[in-house]
Design a protein around this ligand. Structure first.
Ligand code: NI
Length: 254
């Protein structure tokens, strides 16, 4: 069975067929899913989905793109949501310097630190989003040595990957590694041990080749496993088995 460690089924792209799609994922060999929230509202929806489907778990957090009107009371709301037994992480949180219209860098950093502190307090791992903000993201996570986490859709250098591995962190990869212009990620995948890697789709985005451009869903995480198998020179079944175990261990899923 495959573990899709990052998918957004609260997204409106799934409004027309969410229930049908989620119900049929086990038949498509998907055994576990983590659905991270990106706002207070989608964090609540992630928890609701986790309540509805045995194989769906939730993470709660505020994404850097959505952190413009963050207030300290949001931390109290996230803390309360995180009490739910199926909330396994704080995420997705991080820094995104790609979009010019995003909240200021200083504000994003403040919101990230507040959520890292919450993860430390609750002894929960974090799911990190880092887009064009490698140096600042790494330096902030280093301020919280008690917190471990995963860089989802890892896009940093081999050197930063080694630093994160030494800190006990995980790296996660998705359909972006199948794209023609993917160069850095395969170099990183060659370097890092299998027991530190997870796979994901980031559904509904980043659909792997040959379905690029279509809506993504967890069934396509098999194509990510196949690509990693090709890069590592092992079988897709081995990638599937190891990443499933890695995900269960990382998120402490029984
Ligand atoms: Ni995401």
């Amino acid at each position: 069975m495959l573990f899709d460690t990052h998918a957004h089924y609260d997204d409106e792209a799934f409004d027309a067929d969410r229930e049908l799609l989620l119900a049929t994922l086990p038949e498509r060999n998907v055994g576990l899913i983590v659905n991270p929230g990106c706002t207070i509202d989608t964090s609540r929806q992630a928890v609701a989905l986790a309540e509805q489907y045995e194989y769906v778990y939730a993470a709660v957090g505020i994404h850097p793109e959505n952190c413009g009107d963050f207030t300290d009371s949001d931390i109290d709301t996230l803390r309360a949501l995180a009490q739910h037994e199926k909330v396994v992480a704080i995420g997705e949180i991080g820094l995104d310097y790609y979009w010019a219209e995003n909240p200021s860098r200083e504000w994003q950093q403040r919101v990230l630190r507040a959520q890292m502190a919450l993860a430390e307090e609750l002894h929960l791992p974090v799911i990190i989003h880092d887009r064009d903000a490698h140096a600042d993201t790494l330096s902030i996570v280093k301020e919280f040595p008690q917190v471990r986490g995963v860089f989802h859709c890892y896009s940093g250098s081999v050197e930063d990957a080694r630093t994160l591995l030494k800190m006990g962190w995980m790296l996660s990869f998705n359909g972006a590694i199948t794209f023609k212009n993917a160069r850095k990620a395969p170099e990183v995948i060659v370097e890092i041990p299998m027991d530190r890697m997870m796979i994901e789709t980031d559904s509904p985005y980043l659909t792997p080749v040959p379905y690029r451009g279509k809506r993504n869903d967890s069934g396509y995480v098999s194509l990510v496993a196949e690509k990693i198998a090709e890069i590592k020179g092992i079988s897709p079944e081995e990638v599937e088995r190891i990443t499933f175990e890695n995900g269960k261990r990382f998120f402490a899923i029984p």
